[in-house]
Ligand binder design. Structure first.
Ligand code: PBG
Length: 326
């Protein structure tokens, strides 16, 4: 028996051949740009641990959103950063129709109509004086069920402000079901839910805490997931899909590619991943030192996240990458 001469390298020989057999291809429409809107500032404020990103004014928010949309970015995820004086125990500024987050959602929807997908973060950590994602019980723990009612109202307020989709990120048990019911009851059956289903209590959110001026003391380990656990993520995703999640998300992304892959196998709803602030900051810092090729590492990390099975990626590089891909 003679063998054919099998040589995998034939398919790597020229850029054109490699392009032809490429299995994973990034597209701008699958990227979502997270944006921060800060209350009461007159100039955009750079976020030092997220070089290249800023806390926006209402004006600069629209400008950045236009850049993203015209580059082909698929959607916008808005975070509100209230004035410190407007933080309280229950995060009430997050629900206020005149609160900074709802004001920003209204601005975006008015500006873009249905030309992009406008999304809001449903979580109160930016709005609470203690920085936790829920309200506190007498013993200082985060009270799951008391928080659910707040999330329900917050989601309805965002739908009313014009969000196409809401993104519950607080990891309270039952949050998706409660939000789905509240949206339906208020006549918002068509507003979707992007569920932060498997969100890990890791160390990759550091720069985000600066971005939203978090007041958190301690950590979120009693509600976000423990990094060693994969099966627990599958359970969270099953619950979220059963409760009505339209899209499920894994967060962070690069350190959790196995979780993304397992969830992709498990469910048929779209799977998203969040390339979080720490992932971004590590690349920017190493690139600034001249230790890595910044653009190639950005594209390689996003390609890996997509290859693992995420169809949608939230990334602070969304606009830049969308332009690179053009
Ligand atoms: C909670 C929330 C966080 C992030 C997104 N939504 C912070 C946290 O859980 O502590 C982190 C995103 C990032 O690090 O880029 N509202």
């Amino acid at each position: 028996m003679s063998f054919p001469d099998i040589r995998p390298r034939r398919l790597r020989r020229t850029p054109a051949i490699r392009r032809l057999v490429e299995e994973t291809r990034l597209a701008p429409a699958e990227l979502i740009l997270p944006l921060f809107l800060k209350e009461g500032i007159s100039e955009p404020r750079p976020i030092s641990s997220l070089p290249g990103t800023v806390q926006h004014t209402r004006e600069s928010l629209l400008k950045a959103a236009h850049e993203a949309v015209s580059a082909g970015v698929g959607g916008l995820m808005l975070y509100g950063v209230p004035d410190n004086a407007n933080k309280d125990e229950t995060g009430s500024a997050g629900l206020d129709p005149e609160g900074i987050l709802n004001v920003g959602l209204r601005d975006l929807r008015r500006e873009f109509g249905d030309d992009t997908v406008v999304m809001g973060d449903v979580c109160i950590d930016e709005f609470t004086s203690h920085g936790h994602c829920g309200v506190l019980a007498a013993d200082g723990s985060v009270d799951n069920d008391a928080t659910l009612a707040i999330y329900a109202d917050m989601a309805v307020a965002q739908a009313e402000a014009g969000a196409h989709m809401v993104g519950p990120s607080g990891m309270m048990d039952g949050q998706i079901g409660v939000i789905r019911k509240a949206l339906d009851k208020a006549g918002h059956q068509d507003i979707g839910i992007l569920a932060y289903s498997a969100k890990y209590a890791g160390a990759f959110y550091g720069p985000f805490r600066e971005a939203v001026e978090s007041t958190l003391q301690g950590d979120r380990r009693q509600y976000q997931q423990d990094p060693p656990n994969l099966r627990e993520a599958l359970r969270e995703v099953d619950l979220d899909v059963a409760e009505g999640a339209d899209i499920v998300m894994v967060k962070p992304a690069l350190a959790y590619l196995d979780v993304i892959a397992a969830i992709r196998q498990r469910v048929d709803v779209p799977v998203a991943a969040y390339q979080v602030s720490g992932e971004y900051a590590m690349v920017e810092a190493a690139a600034e030192k001249g230790w890595i090729d910044r653009e190639r590492v950005i594209l390689e990390s996003l390609t890996s996240i997509k290859r693992a099975g995420a169809q949608i990626v939230l990334t602070y590089w969304a606009s830049e990458v969308a332009r690179m891909l053009r």
